[in-house]
Design a protein around this ligand. Structure first.
Ligand code: GLN
Ligand code: ZN
Length: 732
């Protein structure tokens, strides 16, 4: 039994990738140093693969994003790939390609624009270059279907025709790879895990019928099962890599339809998305059963690219030892593959026995009080005490807001000074009292500013927060933080996901001090600001010993306690942000109802406030058509969403859906430094007012203002408030 690994993080053990590239942008690293550094990183990655597994891809490195590289390769953006200026212009800055989430992960890729005019041609054989440079390995490529499926600029029905046009280009690439001596080519087609139409499946079949003739292809799909897998069995493909961790349905497919005995089954049995160690014995058992059942050659592999895991557990000396010995990052996944092979070929050794034999008890992770609180929840605990119509009446009475109330999404510019003060506090250079006093001063200034601007619902500004998940996770039991557990979120941007390992509970109020202080400074309503349970889960690694909804309910109860405390402190409005509500959704539509059911339940549990407390939620994306009914399930009194960038699309979604509660479709885009004019804001509002009853319409930006500068925020909000005034005057 062979082992194979792929997708090992390119970041480097000390984030060398980030330092090199950002250094180059800042002029501190020369082009030659950059190239040499990246080359060294790639050699380290290959050396690691060679240390632990039998085979691996080559050519996975990118200076920014592999989807961008694919587009350049195929002539969509025919820049000279050696021209770093041209390359980084496509990747970042004002003229960059748009960016979006890669499947249901927290990685973002650059989105290519493709239309009928796009002329595909082989512009840059990137895998060939890598193969010739590094030797060995199976040249790595993103497959044509995935590339098209994740690009924009055309209607879904056009995809089959585009795939047909793209096939000869891939054929040429494969032919050159084979001529150069590649034993196999590694083709990633994760989009096979999405729902595909009949026409798409036919087009995929046609494409691979051709491509398989040019080189021996190993076709990898991951993140979920490939439901049309049996339709690919007769294709001239050498092997299929499947995810048996997050695509457990693949087991059933093989059970029902078998697997062609002349092909290689690359069984992804060690998790590429979560951090819990693989149970080696169980995994070996499953691999053995797969081999017996299919009669095929089975290779053992990771279930999804290892880039969703940090480099290694090694430097995490500060972690609870009970946790540290139970988790595996990317390097430990390579170790697991080697151990699995040992187990299957030689039987148990000291090393295989030691892997899952834990020295430290984890009993202290669990809180019976939290568990019984979740166990005793009844359906009523998930519903507000009064229906929306009644809440609406009570809240209007209490809040006395004008028509088209204006507000913001929560955060205000995080200036270098704010970040410096937080750093000074974290490193002990200033005391907690000094830091608190500084935050209070920021809040004072912000409340005065918002009053002066004439905003109707004020916020405290989130100056004390780095990251909306980290801030809450740090204040909850049962959630750990790593020191070096960095992942790339896009380009060179990194973040460290928390690890939810035990029962979650709030140890003390988390936001009451700042929010109540803000409210004490004004007669206008101040909106409390929490991060919702689904988002905390989506941006963390989550325990798997209990169902994910149980984890969500535990977090929701902690948030509910916070809501109650905010109410007691006189806060009339609480916003519970759920920007990950949509992105956490499973890849296949058939699984949506079940997911959104618990996701909405968790939100409702967290937001179970008194009828007079107005609950807001916020989400920032624009494809609302498909999820509106699930947003409706949340029963929030007000939702604020992204709309300005999507130019009416979002508002269009509401034309076909009679959304019963209040909505703030963002009237300007916070992602660009451009200051919106009063007229452009009025234009968005004019569209909205045709769709929403005017009592339902709120006026706010698309998202938080954290990444903007004050010079931009001041005029933008002035214009927003002015536009709302004009609209009131027109309709009043
Ligand atoms: N309240 C958060 C903020 O304003 C929401 C951020 C988000 O939507 N991602 O920054
Ligand atoms: Zn947002």
């Amino acid at each position: 039994m062979q082992t194979y690994a792929y997708g090992y993080p390119r970041l480097g053990a000390s984030r060398e990738f980030k330092r090199l590239i950002e250094g180059y942008w800042q002029g501190k690293v020369s082009e030659a140093e950059l190239r040499a550094g990246i080359d060294a990183l790639e050699r380290q990655r290959i050396a690691l693969y060679q240390q632990f597994v039998d085979a691996h891809p080559v050519g996975e490195m990118t200076l920014y994003d592999n989807m961008l590289d694919t587009a350049i390769m195929l002539g969509v953006y025919p820049i000279d790939p050696r021209d770093l200026n041209a390359y980084f212009t496509l990747a970042r800055g004002a003229d960059a390609l748009p960016m979006t989430k890669w499947f249901n992960t927290n990685y973002h890729y650059l989105v290519s624009h493709i239309d009928a005019q796009t002329a595909f041609r082989l512009h840059w054989n990137k895998p060939l270059e890598a193969f010739q440079h590094y030797g060995g390995g199976y040249p790595y490529l993103i497959g044509p279907y995935t590339f098209l499926r994740l690009s924009r600029g055309f209607e879904p029905e056009q995809l089959p025709a585009l795939l047909e046009r793209l096939t000869p280009v891939y054929a040429e690439i494969l032919q050159q790879l084979k001529q150069a001596g590649a034993a196999y080519v590694h083709l990633d087609e994760p989009a096979f895990a999405l729902d595909a139409t009949e026409a798409e499946i036919d087009a995929i079949r046609a494409a691979y019928q051709t491509l398989g003739q040019y080189a021996p292809i190993l076709l990898f799909s991951y993140y979920d099962s490939v439901d049309f897998l049996p339709r690919l069995y007769d294709l001239p493909v050498a092997g299929f890599g499947l995810d048996f961790v997050h695509g457990a349905r693949n087991y059933q497919i093989l059970q029902q339809h078998g697997f062609p005995s002349d092909k290689i089954l690359i069984a992804g049995v060690v998790d590429g998305r979560n951090v819990w160690k693989t149970d080696l014995r169980a995994a070996a058992e499953r691999a053995r059963a797969l081999a017996q059942q299919t009669g095929a050659t089975v290779w053992l592999s990771n279930a999804a690219p290892l880039m969703h895991l940090p480099v290694s557990v090694e430097p995490e000396s500060a972690l609870d030892p009970a946790l540290r010995e139970r988790i595996a990052f990317a390097t430990e996944r390579l170790q697991e593959l080697r151990l699995l092979k040992t187990l299957l070929t030689e039987g148990e050794t000291d090393a295989t026995r030691a892997w899952n034999a834990y020295q430290h008890a984890s009993d202290h992770w669990y809180a019976p009080g939290v568990q019984s609180r979740v166990a005793s929840l009844t359906p009523a605990d998930f519903e507000r005490a009064a229906p929306y119509a009644e809440r609406d009446r009570i809240q209007r009475e209490r809040l006395q807001l004008p028509l088209f109330p204006t507000t913001t999404i929560g955060s205000f510019p995080q200036t270098p000074e704010v970040r410096q003060m937080r750093q000074a506090y974290r490193t002990g250079k200033i005391t907690a009292d000094e830091y608190d006093a500084y935050i209070q001063q920021q809040i004072r200034e912000l409340i005065a500013f918002q009053e002066q601007q004439g905003l109707d619902v004020l916020v405290h500004g989130e100056f004390e927060r780095t990251d909306m998940v980290e801030f809450f996770a740090e204040k909850m039991d049962g959630i750990a933080f790593t020191q070096q557990g960095w992942l790339l979120s896009y380009g060179t941007r990194v973040y460290r996901p928390p690890i939810i390992y035990g029962d979650v509970a709030r140890t003390a109020p988390m936001t009451v001090k700042e929010t109540a202080y803000a409210q004490s400074l004004t007669r206008k309503p101040v909106k409390g600001m929490l991060t919702g349970p689904v988002t905390i889960i989506a941006w963390s690694y989550v325990r798997e010993d209990i169902p994910v909804e149980q984890v969500a309910y535990q977090i929701a109860l902690a948030l509910q306690d916070e809501v109650r405390d905010l109410e007691a402190a006189g806060i009339p409005i609480v916003q519970i942000d759920e920007p990950a509500y949509r992105e956490k959704a499973p890849l296949k539509r058939a699984d949506w109802d079940a997911y959104f059911r618990w996701a909405a339940q968790a939100f409702k549990l967290a937001s179970r406030a008194k009828p007079e407390t107005q609950i807001h939620t916020h989400m920032c994306y624009s494809d609302f058509n498909t999820v509106l009914r699930y947003i409706d399930w949340m029963d929030a009194d007000v939702i604020t969403i992204e709309a300005a960038r999507a130019k009416g699309e979002v508002i269009g979604a509401f034309e076909h859906y009679n959304y019963p509660r209040q909505i703030g479709p963002g009237v300007f885009d916070v992602h660009t430094p451009a200051v919106p004019s009063v007229e452009s804001i009025e234009a968005v509002m004019a569209r909205a007012i045709r769709v929403f009853p005017r009592e339902q319409f709120w006026v706010n930006p698309d998202c938080g203002l954290k990444t903007r500068k004050w010079e931009e925020v001041i005029p933008a909000l002035q214009h927003m408030v002015e536009a709302a005034r004009r609209l009131r005057a027109h309709t009043g």
